[in-house]
Ligand binder design. Structure first.
Ligand code: LLP
Length: 440
């Protein structure tokens, strides 16, 4: 097991923790009532499957918790978690804004119908072209991460006769206690402006022509499972806002970032009720417009990756289950040693005697592994599995390494499913490539 989950759940635990999944004795594993075997029969594997009901369910859980706290906060979906237009359209349908970190993400959000004023542009290294495009589109807010960037935004805004609505991203120097590769709020990493530099920079930025300085932002990391690090960071933000106001600055907005952790095993993940309550306690009385930027929480549990068994091999006393999905499809286990539950699709497979196996992909890298020493029933060739909680940071981090085409994707809604991305054609892998005359 890894740092993402405390103990290893078995198949029954994984199922029990996920009401959207059910095992039918005939049809096999159902997701939102749809047999996953039927999807695999029609479009093959590997394939991403997303559940619209699960997305709406997560949004509603979060909104209910905020309302109960009570906290008024606008939700801006972090597009980087899953940028498919169909997913963005679902978010827009629930009145969410978007948090984007590139011109590509901004264009996707606009294309899916999210209004420019509901889009926040974050990111540590926006190019001049991106800033110009964002201002041209009428973006709602730019989260600036340095003095250098503020100067750049001000100059571009003046050149375009526009006013950039900016907030300053503060680095509160709080360790969110997650995987080192996804912690962003500690001193010494590349993100944000050190808290000590904020007062002078805020005053400076407020005087720059072309800028409307609206407030502060922070984001301390991802897959955060306890409100404690958030509380520490939000208290620092509240103190900072008081200090800025005491200096005579106007602070209208506080962007609380994302990072809400989900349960990858049979644990519940971050309690959104506790999170919302903590927001009310720490920053609820500040008289600022609050926003949050969750990605994983909204889409992670709503997606899975279907795969088939290419081969079962025994070597060195071990059983290796080789799938047709690989690290090029779902990179998280290889990159972060992250845990994903894996369930057989067939009820017969599911009932089989379980023993330890390494579940791997066919790519030529030792790190191409979905699970090491996982209890798994006997699986025959062509048996299928679902790799769970793959909706966030799954398809978006895919590559075509080993010349493997991008997997197909399907969206389930109200018992129906639609292909939202066909499997990439092999020929598409080189469609844009040229062989220059001189290299032959
Ligand atoms: N806002 C900002 C400024 C961010 O950098 C991020 C994520 C988010 C919001 C959304 O965070 P979330 O709510 O999804 O945790 N690839 C990694 C996660 C990287 C997160 C990067 N920033 C993974 O697969 O775990």
């Amino acid at each position: 097991m890894d740092s993402f989950s405390a103990h290893e759940p078995d198949i029954a635990d994984l199922l029990a923790a996920r009401p959207a999944l059910a095992m039918d004795a005939q049809a096999g594993l159902l997701f939102e009532g749809v047999p996953l075997n039927a999807i695999a029969d029609s479009i093959g594997t590997p394939s991403w499957v997303y559940g619209a009901g699960s997305v709406r369910g997560q949004i509603s859980r979060l909104k209910t918790a905020l309302d109960a706290a009570p906290v008024k906060a606008h939700i801006h979906y972090a597009v980087k978690a899953n940028d498919h237009l169909a997913i963005l359209a679902l978010m827009r349908g629930q009145n969410l804004g978007a948090d984007v970190v590139s011109q590509g993400e901004m264009r996707r959000a606009l294309r899916a119908g999210i209004a420019a004023r509901d889009i926040v542009f974050s990111g540590v290294g926006k190019s001049a072209e991106e800033i110009s495009a964002a201002l041209g589109a009428g973006i709602g807010q730019i989260n600036a991460e340095s003095a250098e960037e503020l100067a750049m935004i001000a100059a571009i805004a003046q050149g375009q006769n526009a006013t950039a609505h900016v907030v300053l991203r503060m680095n509160p120097d709080i360790d969110a206690g997650t995987h080192a590769k996804i912690t962003t709020g500690v001193a010494g990493n590349k993100f944000g402006i050190p808290a000590a530099d904020i007062p002078a920079l805020y005053a400076h930025a407020a005087r720059l022509p072309g800028l409307h300085v609206a407030g502060l932002a922070l984001h301390i990391g991802s897959q955060i499972l306890s409100p404690a690090p958030y509380r520490a960071a939000y208290e620092i933000a509240a103190d900072m806002i008081a200090a800025l106001r005491a200096q005579g600055q106007i602070v209208e907005t506080l962007d609380l970032g994302g990072g809400l952790g989900i349960g990858y095993g049979d644990d519940p993940g971050l309690s959104v009720a506790a999170y919302a309550h903590m927001i009310a306690q720490t920053v609820g009385a500040l008289d600022v417009a609050l926003m949050i930027e969750p990605g994983r929480f909204l889409i992670g549990p709503a997606g899975l990756l279907l795969a088939s068994v290419n081969l079962v091999k025994h070597a060195g006393g071990k059983r290796f289950i080789v799938l047709d999905a690989a690290m090029n499809d779902l990179l998280r286990p290889a990159l972060y040693d992250s845990y994903h539950g894996i369930l057989p699709l067939s009820a017969v497979d599911m009932r089989g005697q379980a023993s330890l196996a390494d579940i791997v992909g066919p790519v030529c890298e030792s790190s191409d592994m979905f699970a090491a020493d996982r209890l798994m029933p006997e699986l025959a060739l062509q048996s299928r599995v679902a790799i769970l909680d793959a909706g966030a940071y799954g398809a978006v981090m895919s590559s075509t390494y080993n010349a493997r085409p991008l997997a197909a994707a399907v969206l389930i809604d109200a018992g129906q499913y639609k292909v939202i991305r066909p499997r990439q054609r092999i020929e598409a892998l080189w469609a844009d490539e040229q062989i220059p005359d001189f290299s032959t």
